[in-house]
Design a protein around this ligand. Sequence first.
Ligand code: PRP
Length: 181
Amino acid sequence: MCLIDDLESVLLTDDQIQDKLREVARRIEADYAGRDVLLIGVLKGAIMVMADLARHLEMPVSIDFMAVSSYGAGTTSSGVVRIMKDLDRDIAGKHVLLVEDIVDSGLTINWLLRNLRSRQPASLDVFALLRKPEALKVDVPVRYLGFDIPSEFVVGYGLDYAERYRNLRCVGVLRPELHAG
Ligand code: PRP
């Protein structure tokens, strides 16, 4: 489903997203051959990309989730992060791939990387489906990237506005009159 009426434009179709995830999955299989990989998804935005990327991978992986919340209202994050749900297991000695739907300012992933690194995984890398290069406030080491997108208000495929639109199969620009930010 892609609620065309609520979108000003469709940035990425379901097919484009799935093709990219397949391509990234092949790279991950090659890079992590012979290793146990733990995918860590950041709730809630990463649920769709986590489910699809994991199913494109033709290797057994483990999955865990964290939920974080950035303080401050509005549609941009402040960089101060609070853990709402932590990982279920210790990651010391594990090969961890952090899975994010979007790197916007980069502050969330930057904070998460510092937090996870302190738990001493064997390796720690990032997959982000989307990145807004113009919005970046800090340099973020994204090893696997889906798409660079313009700095517009996007929803769908995990991304919400006021908790709506996460279930869209596409990523689109929300019509300005439908959001406050
Ligand atoms: C979104 C997204 C990233 C973060 C990126 O999460 O899923 O985690 O913002 O923004 P940043 O690069 O500017 O820090 P959000 O806090 O909206 O929560 P959600 O995943 O539950 O929608």
